[in-house]
Every structure is written in structure tokens, then in C-alpha cells.
Design a protein around this ligand. Sequence first.
Ligand SMILES: Nc1ncnc2c1ncn2[C@@H]1O[C@H](COP(=O)(O)OP(=O)(O)OP(=O)(O)O)[C@@H](O)[C@H]1O
Length: 264
Amino acid sequence: MNISLQSLSVAYGSRVVLHPIDLCAQPGRVLGIVGPNGSGKSTLVKAVAGQVKASGQLLFNGSAQRPSGSIAYMPQDQLSLAALSVLEVVLLGRLQQLRLKVQPDDLAAVRQVLQRLGIEELAGRDVRELSGGQRQMVFLAQALVSQPKLLLLDEPISALDICHQLEVLEVVYQTTRQQMLTTLLVLHDLNAAARFCDDVVLLKDGQLLACGSPAQVLTVAHVAQAFGVETEALRCADGTGVLVPKRAVPKHINAMDDIARCAL
Ligand SMILES: Nc1ncnc2c1ncn2[C@@H]1O[C@H](COP(=O)(O)OP(=O)(O)OP(=O)(O)O)[C@@H](O)[C@H]1O
């Protein structure tokens, strides 16, 4: 599904938190969304998911009509207070496909996605008793099992250890290609974005600071400008580029503070 944002903006009350933005996302590609806390990443994804009211144009394959049943959205915070098993929670992702009775193909799809994420042993567990990372994988499974055309993932690896981070991002990357999904992926890890995203959008203060390939966007200069962090760009033996954070330059430390500290 082709997604086109034309002058899309979002305000909470009178406060504009996403300034008019133009953007395209295409099938078979992962679009990474990065930026500092509060820069508008979640708001952008919520606007595409239809969770917040936006101004401007949002087109799905050229139409302003939001296609029902084709969009899976995994929010940043997922709390389940209902006493449901993992299998039941993931099955809820098939709501659009479910008939009066759960069909064998629904259960097969659930089992397959649990297996793909390596969490099939959790199937019978009460979702309220899982760890934060386990719960995050379960809600990712719920998003994937719906077989969406548009996959919206807001920080899906924030609670995962490094092994699970890599596994989940690999699954997202491969599934996007194999099923020709259009994937929007909010990440804080810039090196993960460089590795697993085809295109990257960098936001700052609700504005689009840069957009393009990871190599074009994730530069030392852009990271300094967006995050106020000094980084060093290194190249690994396999040719992969990585940004190593060196030093934060907090905005509240101004020249006067520096001078005062030197005087002590
Ligand atoms: N429901 C809301 N009502 C009012 N302001 C909001 C609301 N949700 C978010 N905001 C504000 O909008 C701005 C953008 O928030 P958003 O959650 O999109 O940022 P983010 O880039 O996803 O941040 P983070 O990395 O911390 O998750 C912030 O200043 C935030 O305080």
C-alpha cells in the first residue's frame, strides 16, 4: 500500500506538535522514524493509524478512504488488564478474519507467528503475568497475525534484550519484503535504524529535519543537530557503518555554566 502524507500536521488543542510534513512510504520497504523524545514520532504514527485527528492530506493508494482491516498498529505502551492467554491475545489480531467460530486456519496463523517470533512456549500463559519484553513480543505477534498491508510499529523493541531486538527487527524486515507490507517503524536505536530500515525520517520539534536513505539521514551532523550529541562514525570489518555516541551537550548547559565550572 502506498502511503502519502501531504502537508500533514497535528495539534493537541492549540499546540501544534507535528508541523506540516510531506512524506511517502512504499510497499516492501521499512520506513524508520527517529528523533529525540517529544519530537512527534508517535504522533506521526498515530495520525497514520487514525488515532489522532490530523490536518492536511493522508492518502492510502491515492485515496483518502482509510482501508479497513489492512492496518495493524502497535502502540508504544501496551497494557492488558484482561485475563487472557497469549494465544487469545494474538488471536484478537485476527478479529477482521474471524467468523462465528475460530477456524483451524486462524489457529494455524497464530501458531505460525508465535513460532516465527520464538515465543510459542508462551501460548498458554496469562498475558498479565509476562515480563515487559515478553508482552512486547506478544503484541507484535498480534499485529503481524492480522496480515496487514500497512504495519505501524511504535518502539517495538524498547523492552527487548539485544538478541530479541535483532531477531524481531529481522522478522519485521523479512516480513515487510516477503508480504510487500508498508512498514513504519519508530526506533530510538540509530544503528538499528541504519541496519533494518530502507528509508529514514528524522524529526526534531515536530519538524522533518532530514529524510532519505539511512546513509543520508544518520550522519554525525544530523545527530548533533537533532539530539545535541557528538558521535563518531566508524566502519565495521563487514563494511557496516555505526555511530558511536561520544558526548551529550545538554542544551541547559550554557557558556556561563561552563565558565563557572572552570572557575571552581
Ligand atoms: N495526548 C496528548 N495531549 C497533549 N500533548 C501531547 C499528547 N500526546 C503527546 N503530546 C505532546 O506532543 C509532543 C510529541 O509527542 P510524541 O509522543 O509524538 O513524541 P515522541 O517523539 O514519540 O516521543 P518519545 O520518544 O518520548 O516517545 C510532545 O511534546 C508531547 O508532550
